[in-house]
Every structure is written in structure tokens, then in C-alpha cells.
Ligand binder design. Structure first.
Ligand code: NAD
Ligand code: WQD
Length: 343
């Protein structure tokens, strides 16, 4: 019988791509999402790609009772917990909302997993837990640094809540995947990132500038201690990232874990500068991007990229897609959105 996975935040950016990869790998998926940062129409995109209609429930993970009904109605072999608020700036303005949403949702999931005998949890963590590391690239052994935003702090705290829960409750196993910078869209352009309002992240700002929705991209700083002076990140294709979740679920349900709580860096291992992203985007999509260099953005990390060796060797997962292909997919998705709007 096919294994069934609960995907919280499944209509979101990474959740929708992961749902597609899970379905294509033969899993059954049930999505819960409160649609606070996504649209129901994402389900159509998933259906177009996979030919499958995924059970969807508009549920807020902060509501224990509503979530309990889902756990009782379906039996799950694993939970992938994406549902969270993720805007760093907003978290500084509304810390209580962030702590409430990100921590309570996770604690509800853990409680219901125990209540319902669901052993396996995959949790969305972030490279934000490393802050500005002294040594690059960062491995899972790199010490975490004090968070610089309430959002970052929720990832620290969630990892700690999971670690303590797994230690106390042997019936629960967990894998935390620390994502680097997920970008791009499904090659079909049926699903992708749907930022609300003015995007904070680089790639949606780039694609919206190319589409004429924004007049100009600001590149935040060219005076960093990097080869071209702009910041460096590890940009990981969202489909590659989605596949890491499928592998993690397979590892857990196949009893292949070495410890009951494991942590993996999910990145490419390659650091790319902001200006390199801009130039590559222009080259692969054959267009000119309107941009200017401005001052540094407060709170930005100068450089971070992953050492993904542990994930490569232990999970047998590796980022496969090139930056060229990924930036093409981001632009194709933006064009697809434009076409849908003009219809
Ligand atoms: P997203 O906002 O696109 O997806 C999150 C989804 O969760 C949204 O659909 C939202 O409506 C839903 N949601 C939020 N709170 C909820 C709640 N209480 N109950 C039910 N649904 C709720 O974000 P994403 O980029 O897909 O990120 C997914 C996860 O990955 C998040 O935990 C995020 O912190 C983490 N992450 C993201 C990035 C990134 O750069 N995108 C990097 C590292 C980690
Ligand atoms: C990337 C680079 C900017 C926008 C954030 C969160 C982090 C994680 C991923 C969840 C930086 C530069 C950006 C723009 C620019 N999320 N930039 N002009 O800051 O690496 O990380 O998302 O866990 O926690 O902090 O991503 O996409 O915002 O920026 O020059 O308009 O692009 O300075 O160097 P970041 P980002």
C-alpha cells in the first residue's frame, strides 16, 4: 500500500513542489494549509503536473482540534511540516505572531504525532541558524549562531523543541533539513513562488523587474569582502530541494536512520554572488535587467554556502540542476503568471 504523507503548508512554494515529487515517487499526500501565504489555485497546478487531485484541508496548524480531525481521519506514515511564517522583516515587527505561528504549529504537530502513533517528521529548517559563520562552507557541525531575527529564532527554537521531544519520546523520529536559498520553479511552469506584495527575496524581485512590475532591482551592497563585492549565497533549485524531502521520508519510513534526530544541509555547495545571479539571469533569458547598486541591507549576511557532503553521502541526494536552468525556470514561471493574468 502506498505510504501517506501529511504535508503542512502544502500549497506554499516549497510544499507544492514537494507534493509533486512525493506523488511522482508513489506517495499519497494530504495537504493542510491555512492559505495565509498561498492560493488554493496552486492545487490546479499540482493536478496539471501529476494528473492527481490531492486531498486539501484549509486548516490552521495552530488549531489543535482542527488538526486532530485530520490526523484521526487519515493515518499518516510521515509528516512534512512546512507551515510557518517566513518573512524576516515582518518577524521583527510582529514577533509574537511569529513565535505563536511557528512554535505552536510545530508543538501541535508533535503532540498529534504522539497521540496518533505517527513516527516520522521532516522539518523545514534554514541556513539562517548558522548566521555569519567564521568558516565557509558550513557543515552540520558548524556551530549555530544566535539568531538575528524572531523568524531565525523560531528555527533555532523549533530545532530545539524537536531535539528535546525526540530525546524524551522514543516513538518520534525527525529529520531537519536546513535549506539554503531555494529558487526557481517547476520546469512545467505550472507552480512556482507566489510572493505577496513587494518581494523581499532576490529572485522574485529579479523576475518582477524583468517583467516590468518593478522599475528597478536594487543590489544591496558591492563593498563586501567577496570577489565582486556583492553578497554570496547558495541558491538551490526548488525541485532539487523538494526531492530531498522524498529521500528523507524514504529514509525514515524505511528504517534507515542512524539517529532518531538527524540534520542535513540542503544546498548545492556552490556560493554565487548577487551580481553573478543578475548576470546569469540576463544571459540565460537573453534580456537586460534594470538594476543599480545601493547600500547594504541591514542584517544581511556577507556570505554563506553549504557543505552538502553529509546529505550527498548519507541521503544519497545531490543538487542536480544548474543555476542557468534554475534561472530560466524562474523566468518561465514569471511569464506564465503574466499570461494567466492577461487572460
Ligand atoms: P510559503 O509561505 O510559500 O509556504 C508556507 C505555507 O504555510 C503557506 O502556504 C502558508 O499559507 C502556510 N501556513 C503558514 N502558517 C500556517 C498555519 N498556521 N497553518 C497552516 N498553514 C500555514 O513558504 P516556503 O518558502 O514554501 O517555506 C516553507 C518552509 O520552509 C517554511 O517553514 C520556511 O520557514 C522554510 N524555509 C523557507 C526558505 C525560503 O527561502 N523559502 C528557506 C529556509 C526555510
Ligand atoms: C539574497 C541575496 C541580498 C533582494 C532570506 C532569509 C533566510 C532564508 C532565505 C528562510 C542577499 C540580495 C535581495 C534584493 C538584493 N529564509 N538582494 N536585492 O537574505 O539570503 O535569506 O531568505 O529561512 O532566513 O533571511 O535571501 O533572497 O532576501 O537575498 O541585492 O532586492 O540577494 O542582499 O545577498 P537571504 P534574499
Amino acid at each position: 500500500m502506498a505510504k501517506r504523507v501529511l504535508v503542512t503548508g502544502g500549497t506554499g512554494y516549497i510544499g507544492s513542489h514537494t507534493t509533486v515529487e512525493l506523488l511522482e515517487a508513489g506517495y499519497e499526500v494530504v495537504i493542510v494549509d491555512n492559505l495565509s501565504n498561498s492560493e488554493r489555485t496552486v492545487l490546479n497546478g499540482i493536478r496539471k503536473i501529476t494528473g492527481r487531485k490531492v486531498p486539501f484541508h484549509k486548516v490552521d496548524c495552530r488549531s489543535l482540534a482542527s488538526l486532530r480531525r485530520i490526523f484521526v481521519r487519515y493515518g499518516f506514515d510521515a509528516v512534512i511540516h512546512f507551515a510557518a511564517s517566513k518573512a524576516v522583516g515582518e518577524s521583527v515587527e510582529q514577533p509574537l505572531m511569529y513565535y505563536q505561528n511557528n512554535l505552536v504549529s510545530l508543538m501541535n504537530i508533535l503532540q498529534l504525532m504522539r497521540e496518533n502513533g505517527v513516527r516520522n517528521l521532516v522539518f523545514s529548517s534554514s541556513c539562517t541558524v548558522y548566521g555569519q559563520a567564521e568558516k565557509l562552507p558550513v557543515s552540520e557541525q558548524t556551530p549555530r549562531r544566535e539568531a538575528t531575527s524572531p523568524y531565525g529564532n523560531t528555527k533555532h527554537m523549533c530545532e530545539d523543541i524537536i531535539r528535546d521531544s525526540v530525546a524524551a519520546y522514543p516513538e518520534i523520529h525527525a529529520i531537519a533539513l536546513r535549506y539554503f536559498n531555494p529558487i526557481g520553479a517547476h520546469p512545467s511552469a505550472e507552480i512556482g513562488e507566489l510572493p505577496r506584495g513587494v518581494p523581499n527575496n532576490l529572485i522574485p524581485f529579479v523576475t518582477q523587474t524583468a517583467a516590468g512590475i518593478r522599475p528597478m532591482l536594487s543590489v544591496f551592497g558591492d563593498d563586501y569582502n567577496t570577489p565582486d563585492g556583492s553578497c554570496i549565497r547558495d541558491y538551490i533549485n526548488v525541485t532539487d530541494l523538494a526531492k530531498a524531502h522524498v529521500v528523507a521520508v524514504g529514509r525514515m519510513t524505511g528504517d534507515k536512520m542512524k539517529q532518531p534526530f538527524e540534520v542535513f544541509n540542503i544546498g548545492t555547495g556552490r556560493g554565487v554572488s548577487t551580481l553573478e545571479v543578475v548576470r546569469t539571469f540576463e544571459k540565460v533569458n537573453n534580456l537586460k535587467l534594470n538594476y543599480k547598486i545601493v547600500g547594504r541591507r541591514a542584517g544581511d549576511i556577507e556570505a554563506v554556502w553549504a557543505d552538502p557532503t553529509y546529505a550527498n553521502e548519507e541521503l544519497g541526494w545531490k543538487a542536480e540542476k544548474s543555476l542557468d536552468e534554475t534561472l530560466q525556470s524562474a523566468w518561465n514561471w514569471q511569464k506564465h503568471l503574466g499570461e494567466k493574468k492577461s487572460k
